[in-house]
Design a protein around this ligand. Sequence first.
Ligand code: TTP
Ligand code: MG
Length: 352
Amino acid sequence: MRKIIHIDADCFFAALEMRDNPALTHLPIAVGGSARRRGVISTCNYVARRYGIHSAMATAYALRLCPNLQLLPHRFDVYKEASQAMRAIFSDYSALVEPLSLDEAYIDVTDSSTCAGSATLIAEEIRARVACEVGITVSAGVANNKFLAKVASDWQKPNGLTVITPDQNDAFSRALPVKKLNGVGKVTAQKLEQMGLNTCADLRDAGQSLLVERFGRFGALLYERAFGIDERSVQPTRVRKSISVEHTYDQDFNAEGCASYISPLLESLKMRIAKQNAASLVNKLFVKVKFADFTVTTMERKASSLTSEAFGLLLMQAVTRSAQQIRLLGLGVRLEHNHKEQGHAEQLSLFN
Ligand code: TTP
Ligand code: MG
C-alpha cells in the first residue's frame, strides 16, 4: 500500500507578496504584467478571486472586474527562494520528492518512518513547517496514488488537508466530476458532457472501448482514473546522492578507540535512511575521519547492507592514513537512482 502526499501552495506568488507586505492581506491583489503592455495575471489572492479574477486572465479585463485591484510586478527571485525552502522541507521526509512546478510536489512517504509512518501526520507537519519557516500556507492531499492525492490537495483549498483512505477510493472517485481529471480541459469536458458523461461513475458505465474509440490512449487513461486507479510512481527529480551522519567528539582519541563509536553513529544513520525512504537505493558505504590537525580523509566501497563490521573495516583503513588523533567520525551511504528516474529529471529540468 503506497502513501503519497501532494502539496500545492495557496495563491503562491500572491501569498509571498502578502507575506512581505502584510498590509496587502485584506486587499484584492494580483501578480502579473501591466494592462498597458497587454499583460496577463499570473495569480491573485483569494480576495481577488471573489471578483472572478484568475490566472491567465488579461490584466485589463481583471481591472474592469475589480478596479481596486492592486497589481504587483513579479519577483521571481523571491518565488524561487521560497520554492527551494519548501523542497528542502519535503526532502526531510522522503528521498522520493517529485516537484511539478515551483509550488507543487508529490512526496512518496510509503517507507518514511517519521510521525510513526502516518502520511496524514507527515502532511500536517509539512504544512505547519512551511507556514512557520516559509511564511505561507499550503494545501495537502493524501492518498495511495498520485491522481487522488492531487485531487485531494485541491479539495479544501486554501490551507486545507484532505485524506482519502484506500477504502474511500472507490466512492470518492465514482462521484468525481470529469473536469477534475488531470488533462480534461474545457474542450474535452464539453465533449464528455455532450456524450452525457459528467462524473467518473458515468465514465465507468460508458465502458473502456467507447472511451478508447473516442479519445484514443487518453480514453484508456480516463477509464482507469474513473476507478481511482493510478499506478504512476513518484519520480524524484532532484536526486539526493548521499546520506550521512557525523560527530565531533569532546576529546580527541586514538585509532584503537574507533570501534566503540561506530554503533551509535550507525543507529542514527539507519534512522536517517529510513526517514528518507532510501534503504533500497544504497549502493556504497563510506566513512569520514577528521584528525586533530583538521586533515580529512574518506574511504568508501560498494555494498548495500549496513553493518558495523563493514564500516569498521573502512574506518580501520582510513585511520591508518595519519598518525594524528581523531576528532570527528562520519558514516554515510551513497545512493544510486535508476536511469528512468534520471531521464525524467532531465526532461523536467527543461521546463524549470
Ligand atoms: P497554481 O498552483 O496553479 O496557482 P496558485 O498557487 O497561485 O493558486 P492556488 O491556491 O489555486 O494553488 O500556480 C502556482 C504559481 O504559478 C502561481 O502562484 C503563479 C504561477 N502561475 C502563472 O504564472 N501562470 C498561470 O497561468 C498559473 C496557473 C500559475
Ligand atoms: Mg498553488
